[in-house]
Design a protein around this ligand. Structure first.
Ligand code: PLP
Length: 387
């Protein structure tokens, strides 16, 4: 069993692990039961019905909570289900302050669903501008939704500064920590109330899972989350909970390797004649590198690049890539590439994209755990179509 003082690399393997009373199995078993037998009327037990609590999901929730320095977590059916669970905590007609450039699915949930069903209103704000946050606060502001680093330009937001404003005005704060994973950044340490994850990314780590989670910084919030999760029922099933737990065991190893690879690739591409700009907070040239050193362990495993060249040349580069597969997701051990203009940000208008700096020549690399020499050689080969 892990101890409170255990290091991150120990916790990913041991936190939350459940002894198997039947066979003394070394790993937490997948418990598929919907119901658990009661010894008699009025007897209370930890597990009753799996929508409320399930042993495999409980192991995952305990591990995630420990990794994020929280007091408890709920594991959900997807990252979006986790985000929706946080939104369930807010009153009707709430106002939400949101990172400008937030993940498109979060934008859709707020603008297409919650604005209609719950009367939510929103303000999209540069959260590094504290005066702008203060100016956008209304009487009914209930939540500040933070995403750092942002996708795809990897801008950072100062978590401590936003947490301070949120606390001053008694507003909840939540960080979507998907891009960093708890290996790289632990928002609760900076005073944030809630952490949300799409576990489909780094936590699962093998591109074989859709899942999500919310971790609470205090008991009161955790109890509210548990209640909402049980009431709405958008929970993670036991098979997927197992996959997430299995992925977590190598999170430390994967993130170390993938972040090291990303830094080497970013450094290499920074001097490449076919590249106009490299976006990576781990580079000394990143405008917020000092903030990266303060609130993150490393620059992470995502690198964005702006190529010299037009869409035809960008397509030719992508055609020459084999290890970097063109995909919507990120965070797996295999390297992926995303054309933000037509893929992750495809639903924005051209004008909105241009204003946000998302041009046709921008590519987001999710750097995997392959040999970095192979990845660099492949990128160099592909970029030869430009120079
Ligand atoms: C930053 C971020 N948040 C949330 C989500 C939603 O997660 P899911 O696809 O697991 O619902 C994603 C998915 O791409 C994401 O990148």
């Amino acid at each position: 069993m892990h101890r409170e003082t255990a290091k991150f690399s120990t916790k990913v393997i041991h936190a939350g692990e459940q002894k198997d009373p039947a066979y003394n199995a070394i790993i937490t078993p997948i418990v598929t039961a919907s119901s658990f037998i009661k010894s008699n009327i009025g007897e209370s037990a930890q597990f009753g019905y799996s929508r409320g609590e399930n042993p495999t999901r409980h192991a995952l929730e305990t591990c995630l909570s420990s990794l994020e320095d929280g007091v408890g977590a709920v594991a959900c059916a997807s990252g979006m289900a986790a985000t929706a669970t946080v939104m369930e905590l807010l009153p009707k007609d709430a106002h939400v302050i949101v990172t400008d450039g937030v993940y498109g699915g979060t934008f859709r949930l707020l603008e297409e669903c919650r604005s209609k069903t719950s009367g939510f209103t929103t303000s999209y704000v540069d959260l590094n501008d504290i005066e702008a946050i203060e100016a956008s606060i209304q009487e009914n502001t209930a939540l500040i939704w933070i995403e750092t680093p942002t996708n795809p330009l990897l801008k950072l937001i100062n978590l401590q500064a936003v947490a301070n404003v949120a606390k001053k005005h008694k507003i909840l704060s939540c960080v979507d920590n998907t891009f960093s994973s708890p290996w790289n950044q632990r928002p609760i340490q900076h005073g944030i109330d809630l952490v949300m994850h799409s576990t489909s990314k780094y936590i699962g780590g093998h591109s074989d899972l859709i899942g999500g989670a919310v971790i609470a910084a205090n008991k009161e919030l955790f109890e509210q989350l548990q209640y909402v999760s049980m009431a709405v029922g958008a929970i993670q099933g036991p098979f997927d909970s197992y996959l997430a737990l299995r992925g977590l065991k190598t999170l430390d190893l994967r993130m170390q390797r993938q972040s090291e690879n990303a830094l080497l690739i970013a450094r290499h591409l920074e001097n490449h004649p076919a590249i106009k700009e490299v976006y990576y907070p781990g580079l000394e040239s990143h405008p917020q590198h000092q903030l990266c050193l303060r609130q993150m362990v490393s620059g992470g495993a995502v690198v964005s690049i702006r190529l010299i060249g037009n869409l035809t040349e960008v397509k030719a580069v992508i055609e020459r890539l084999h290890y970097f597969v063109l995909a919507d997701s990120l965070g797996g051990v295999e390297s992926m590439i995303n054309h933000s203009y037509s893929m992750s940000h495809g639903s924005m208008s051209s004008l909105e994209k241009e204003a946000a700096g998302i041009t046709e020549s921008l590519l987001r690399l999710s750097v995997g755990a392959e040999s970095v020499e192979d990845l660099i050689a492949e990128l160099d080969h592909a970029l030869k179509v430009i120079i």
